[in-house]
Design a protein around this ligand. Structure first.
Ligand code: ADP
Ligand code: UDP
Length: 240
């Protein structure tokens, strides 16, 4: 078998070249991290859960007209994606106060926000992914003001679609992070959308169904991620 070239190994995924130009194989790892990698543990089964959850969500978003890098799922822990030129931003959309927003602004966790709030973080491990604004993005040459406007519109569309998607399975979407990239000048949703990158609260019990169970050491990650996948698969067609 021809060994595919590993082009990137991150905290949660490995990216490999494929025989086709512009297509990458993404392998989701059985690893959980928090605090920019300072907290790290092997978690058997996590890669397969996140790959299946992300694949299902990206497929549902595609049906809503949201363009992404996703091509197809290859196995429980692998997917095929279109290679994009990543824009080094973490784009966070918030519907309810939580996490760093609550800490920074002194707003109680759980306070419903009157409108979705978009934040930008510069994806740069060396600097600990600092919070930045649109002028910083322009100054650093990360994206043009026109691209930032497109990214914000895409983020809002994704938020609307995701809120509906999760509400159907009795989950409240508190906040989430996305990453985007460029392909042939077009901005595409890339990376992943999973309980690693979203805050998901059970609509009735407010139980955390996301990485906060690991970050805050309040429960086991696998049963919680499995619950999210089970609910998604029950409502939407399974992709594997
Ligand atoms: P991190 O880099 O934060 O440790 P991961 O382990 O999730 O995160 O690594 C996946 C990397 O792949 C991320 O840096 C992400 O920006 C990048 N990436 C995601 N989708 C694509 C894509 N379609 N093309 C190229 N790079 C991508
Ligand atoms: N998030 C993420 N990756 C990061 C930082 C945040 O996916 O490197 C997600 C996180 O899961 C949450 C949202 O972005 O859904 C907002 O996170 P926040 O800024 O509140 O940071 P935290 O409290 O997790 O440090």
């Amino acid at each position: 078998m021809v060994q595919e070239e590993l082009i990137y190994e991150g905290k949660a995924k490995k990216l490999f070249k494929t025989s086709k130009d512009k297509e990458l194989r993404v392998e989701y790892l059985d690893q959980a991290t928090a605090l920019n990698g300072l907290k790290k543990d092997a978690v058997s089964g996590k890669g397969a859960l996140n790959n299946q959850i992300t694949s299902l969500i990206f497929q549902e978003l595609e049906k809503q007209g949201i363009p992404s890098h996703f091509i197809k799922i290859l196995s429980k822990h692998e997917q095929l994606v279109c290679e994009v030129e990543m824009i080094p931003l973490e784009i966070v959309v918030r519907n309810t106060a939580a996490g760093s927003f609550s800490k920074r602004l002194g707003i109680a966790e759980g306070e419903q926000l009157p409108f979705p709030i978009i934040e930008f973080y510069y994806k740069e491990d060396r600097l600990d992914d600092p919070f930045i604004n649109e002028d910083h993005i322009r100054y650093l040459g990360i994206a043009t003001p026109e691209e930032v406007a497109q990214i914000k519109m895409l983020a809002r569309q994704i938020n609307t679609a995701l809120c509906q998607l999760f509400e159907k399975i009795k989950i409240h979407l508190v906040d989430f992070k996305i990453e985007v990239g460029k392909s042939d000048g077009k901005i595409l949703l890339a990376d992943e959308i999973s309980p690693d990158t979203c805050r998901l609260w059970d609509l009735t019990t407010k139980e955390h169904l996301d990485k906060d169970v690991y970050r805050r050491e309040i429960g086991d990650l696998i049963p919680v991620y499995q619950e999210v996948l089970n609910r998604l698969e029950k409502e939407y067609s399974s992709c594997i």
